[in-house]
Design a protein around this ligand. Structure first.
Ligand code: SF4
Length: 177
C-alpha cells in the first residue's frame, strides 16, 4: 500500500477522514497548525489527537508550532472574517508544510482534514492542496469529508471517543466571533 501523510487540523475533523483513507493507504498523521491561538488551545487539540492516534494505532508527527511565521503569513488580513481572504493563506501555509514534510520523508501522497469543517469550502482547499503537492512531486487526495454523511459520521465517532471539540476555528481572529 502507498504511504499517505494526512494533515490533521483537529481530532473531530480527522477521525472519519483517517478511517476512510486507511482503506487505501498506510496513513500517518501530521499535526501542523501554527494558526491555533492561544497556546493552551493548541496543546489541548494536539493532546486529543494524540490520545486517539495511540488508540487507533496511527503514527502521529507533530510539526513546528511556529506561530510567528503564521502571523507573518496573514499580516494585514487580521480583520477578515472566517471564510475571507485570510483563510486561503492559512491553508496554504499548512498544506505547503505538510507536502514539504511528505516529500522529505518518503510519502506518496498527501491529504487534509480541513474540508471536514462545516465552514470550510472544498472548492478552495482542494486546489491549494493540489498545487502544493504537485510542487513537491506528490499526489493530493481531494475530498470533501463533510459530504455523503461524513459530517454525521465524524460527530458520531468523535462523541464515541469522548474527544475534545473546540468552539472556534483556531486563530486569534476567529476567537469569540
Ligand atoms: S479563521 Fe480558521 S482558517 Fe481562517 S485564518 Fe483563522 S484559523 Fe485559519
Amino acid at each position: 500500500m502507498k504511504k499517505l501523510l494526512l494533515h490533521v487540523c483537529c481530532g473531530p475533523c480527522a477521525i472519519y477522514a483517517a478511517q476512510k483513507l486507511r482503506e487505501d493507504y498506510v496513513v500517518s498523521l501530521f499535526f501542523y497548525n501554527p494558526n491555533i491561538y492561544p497556546a493552551e488551545e493548541y496543546y489541548q487539540r494536539f493532546a486529543a489527537v494524540k490520545k486517539w492516534a495511540e488508540r487507533a494505532g496511527l503514527e502521529l508527527i507533530e510539526g513546528l508550532f511556529n506561530q510567528a511565521d503564521w502571523f507573518k503569513s496573514v499580516q494585514g488580513l487580521e480583520r477578515e472574517p472566517e471564510g475571507g481572504a485570510r483563510c486561503p493563506l492559512c491553508f496554504q501555509l499548512r498544506l505547503n508544510e505538510a507536502c514539504r514534510y511528505a516529500q522529505n520523508n518518503g510519502f506518496d501522497a498527501v491529504a487534509s482534514t480541513l474540508t471536514s469543517g462545516r465552514n470550510k469550502k472544498a472548492a478552495i482547499i482542494n486546489p491549494i492542496g493540489v498545487q502544493a503537492a504537485s510542487q513537491h512531486g506528490l499526489a493530493f487526495i481531494e475530498a470533501d469529508w463533510k459530504k455523503q454523511g461524513g459530517q454525521e459520521q465524524s460527530c458520531r465517532l468523535a462523541k464515541a471517543e469522548e474527544m475534545y471539540r473546540q468552539h472556534y476555528c483556531g486563530c486569534q481572529f476567529s476567537l469569540n466571533r
